[in-house]
Design a protein around this ligand. Structure first.
Ligand SMILES: NC(=O)c1ccc[n+]([C@@H]2O[C@H](COP(=O)([O-])OP(=O)(O)OC[C@H]3O[C@@H](n4cnc5c(N)ncnc54)[C@H](OP(=O)(O)O)[C@@H]3O)[C@@H](O)[C@H]2O)c1
Length: 293
């Protein structure tokens, strides 16, 4: 039995559909089963929350592999980014050890570092250390930006692209990424799960193109056939406005200062696509994926 967290998110959904196709028994730790859509009838449900460690214990009964994908890039009423992305991972590893789980698969991020300016990437670094230091067999995936047509990130860019004539970009827009399509990410995980020798490996997941934030914006505009004049908005102005928005709109804010700050941090792997290719996956270029959808 596999315990999958984050099954209602971008990566979790793609993973879950592959596991279901292969008739692998899966239990999903979720806050709200309705967020699993049609897949909720194919899996066992464990109601739980990253902010509620006792819920991990119940979810782990009879589980041999935990795939811990859930994380938060913004504070929630139940917990801060640090609690939900770092401390929860440490507690999840501990619960797995106590429950006799054999293998713990974890989603970190490229750029995870205790020195990062981003709270999220500092939290991921602590979480990754907790996984690495555990006695369990582990597997870590550290992706660059993961995208899918219609995902919240690209949808936000597409909404901004509807503004008349101009397209706002925070700061210089020069932070660089190697965006990787979520379907390629899910293929990598499935391949690694079935491969002897994958235990205790760290896979850096990157797409074949290195693109700055501004170049990603240009690709989105191109794929929608829109011509817009890019306007650089100074970072402090954006961050101040988003903090004000968060105070006014709370959880409904379309973006937060922490999320915006993340878009100023490069997420690059020196391995390029090598780790994905070692798993038999050749990641597709973003331009090709956007053009096909
Ligand atoms: N997407 C990227 O570009 C990217 C880049 C680097 C690393 N990563 C990492 O890769 C993993 C997958 O990312 P993703 O894009 O699939 O994330 P996502 O779409 O934002 O999904 C997050 C998942 O975590 C769940 N979750 C959030 N807060 C929770 C809580 N308090 N308790 C229980 N579950 C909670 C969400 O459930 P609900 O449906 O209930 O909200 C959702 O299923 C994450 O660990 C992320 O940090 C992602």
């Amino acid at each position: 039995m596999i315990l999958l967290t984050g099954a209602s998110g971008l990566v979790g959904r793609a993973l879950l559909s592959r596991l279901a196709e292969n008739a692998v028994p899966v239990r999903c730790l979720v806050r709200d089963p309705r967020r699993l859509g049609a897949q909720r009838v194919n899996v066992q449900i464990a109601l739980g929350d990253l902010a509620d460690p006792p819920s991990f214990r119940n979810a782990m009964r009879g589980v041999d592999t935990v795939i811990h994908v859930a994380a938060a890039i913004r504070d929630q009423p139940q917990g801060s980014i640090e609690e939900l992305a770092a401390i929860a991972t440490w507690r999840m590893v501990d619960a797995a050890r106590r429950a006799g789980v054999a293998r713990f698969v974890f989603f970190s991020a490229l750029g995870a570092s205790t020195q990062s300016r981003s709270r999220f990437l500092r939290a991921k670094a602590l979480a990754e250390a907790a996984v690495r230091d555990s006695e369990l067999a582990t597997m870590v995936f550290a992706p660059s930006i993961i995208y899918a047509p219609g995902d919240p990130f690209l949808s936000l860019l597409e909404r901004q692209a509807r503004l008349p004539a101009v397209m706002p970009v925070m700061g210089s827009g020069r932070a660089a990424y190697q965006p990787i399509w979520v379907e390629d990410v899910a293929d990598c995980v499935i391949a690694a799960l079935g491969r002897p020798g994958s235990n205790d490996q760290r896979y850096e997941l990157a797409g074949p193109q290195t693109l700055t934030y501004e170049e990603i914006v240009a690709l989105v505009l191109e794929s929608r056939g829109r011509r817009r004049h890019v306007v650089h908005v100074p970072t402090p102005v954006v961050l101040r406005s988003l903090k004000l928005l968060e105070r006014l709109a709370g959880e409904r804010a379309f973006a937060t200062a922490d999320e915006a700050e993340l878009m100023e941090v490069p997420l690059l792997s020196e391995h390029g696509t090598r780790d994905a290719e070692s798993l038999g996956v050749r990641p597709r270029p973003m331009r090709e994926v956007l053009a096909a959808h």
